[in-house]
Design a protein around this ligand. Structure first.
Ligand code: NAP
Ligand code: ZN
Ligand code: ZN
Length: 351
């Protein structure tokens, strides 16, 4: 297979910093789109994977699954995109397309396992897939998204993971007017959840460990903010919430949040900490509560989310960085010190 060598940023080991390296991209096959990457968001999953916190990383690892850019080449059978189009790529680049879930537009739950944008087996090249911390990427047109032209481009990038990962459960559990919704953890995912749940018409209460984020949470649209370390503040919402979205990346007491749910309420976990979170039976039983999880969203739903954000003028709050600052950005991410998403200006890779 014909390949092109491109510049990328990645790591060779869990303990090693990210550095510049070269990777191969395939020449577009008839159904592929080649994209010049302009911006790439920095998701906490990038850090979990680069450092092998989920124990499945194959090195070298090139993270990045919040990709936006322009189409620079298309295969001969591509019908949805043309050169010059503004496009995005999120967490998936392929799936089996035949199983029950793929046929229901739930490719993220593909029975054979979806092919992730990085750290999945690459059926074309026999290596791992490499993500968006790179100059360009080649993706089957069925996994490429159309980006609304009216939004600020670098701030759109985080919608491709943080946006869809919060939109999908909010929609699945029918969040809307008349409901009180809790968002736990005001990071990249959490701050998108606030904006999207507000646009869906819910009352939103943010639960944060960071006193410095209280004012900001209100600016982002929250109706109320609770410092989760303050027991008295937590008690105010005991048994009051219809739905809670938990986007915390580290160990925390899940029972404290289950206890905020009303009868029949659901807590959906999207945060993916390295170790298990113990759940007490009596956090669930007395109020028929549900404890659930949710993985990103399907391709059709991702397009729907982008169009929703285009219509409601929703983008991420970002800090734009150069790729050379990525290791420093990871350290700040670990401390919850980002407002609210790092986005890499990929032109810095050419410096
Ligand atoms: P992030 O920007 O780092 O945000 C995580 C937030 O969690 C922090 O801002 C902080 O919020 C809170 N937090 C961090 N450490 C904490 C601790 N020790 N105790 C309590 N709260 C803590 O991360 P992200 O990119 O939004 O990702 C969040 C999680 O979702 C990660 O685990 C990521 O891998 C996962 N994820 C899952 C999916 C999916 O499909 N399910 C998709 C993308 C990402 P406060 O300062 O407000 O407390
Ligand atoms: Zn992500
Ligand atoms: Zn499938």
């Amino acid at each position: 297979m014909e390949v092109k060598e491109v510049r990328a940023f990645g790591t060779e080991a869990a303990e090693a910093p990210l550095n510049q390296l070269n990777i191969n991209r395939r020449k577009p096959t008839p159904h592929d789109v080649e994209i010049d990457i302009q911006y790439c968001g920095v998701c906490h999953s990038d850090l979990h994977t680069a450092r092998n916190e989920w124990h499945g990383t194959v090195y070298p690892c090139v993270p990045g699954h919040e990709i936006v850019g322009r189409v620079i080449r298309v295969g001969e059978h591509v019908s949805k995109f043309k050169v010059g189009d503004l496009v995005g790529v999120g967490c998936m680049v392929d799936s089996c397309r035949e199983c029950q879930y793929c046929r229901e537009d739930l490719e993220q739950y593909c029975e054979k396992g979806n092919i992730q944008t990085y750290n999945s087996p690459d059926k074309h090249l026999g290596t791992q897939t490499y993500g968006g911390y790179s100059e360009s990427i080649v993706v089957d047109e069925d996994f490429v998204l159309r980006v609304p032209e009216n939004l600020d481009l670098p701030a759109v990038a985080p919608l491709l993971c943080a946006g869809i990962t919060t939109y999908s459960p909010l929609k699945h559990w029918h969040v809307g007017p008349g409901q009180k919704v809790g968002v736990v953890g005001l990071g990249g995912l959490g701050h998108m959840a606030v904006k999207i749940a507000k646009a869906m018409g819910a009352d939103v209460i943010v639960f944060t460990t960071s006193p410095s984020k209280v004012e900001d949470a209100k600016r982002l649209g929250a109706d109320d903010v609770v410092l989760s370390k303050d027991e008295a503040q937590m008690q105010r919402y005991a048994g009051k919430l219809h739905f809670v979205l938990d986007a915390v990346s580290a160990q925390h007491d899940i029972n404290a949040y289950l206890n905020l749910l009303r009868v029949d309420g659901t807590l959906a976990l999207v945060g993916a900490p390295e170790y298990p979170l113990p759940v007490a039976a009596f956090s669930l039983i007395p109020a028929r509560r549900s404890f659930a999880g949710s993985l990103i969203g399907g391709i059709a739903e991702t397009q729907e989310m982008l169009d929703f954000c285009g219509k409601h003028n929703i983008v991420s709050d970002i800090e734009l960085i150069n790729i050379q600052q990525i290791n420093e950005a990871y350290e700040r991410l670990l401390k919850g010190d980002v407002k609210y998403r790092f986005v890499i200006d990929m032109t810095s890779l050419k410096q």
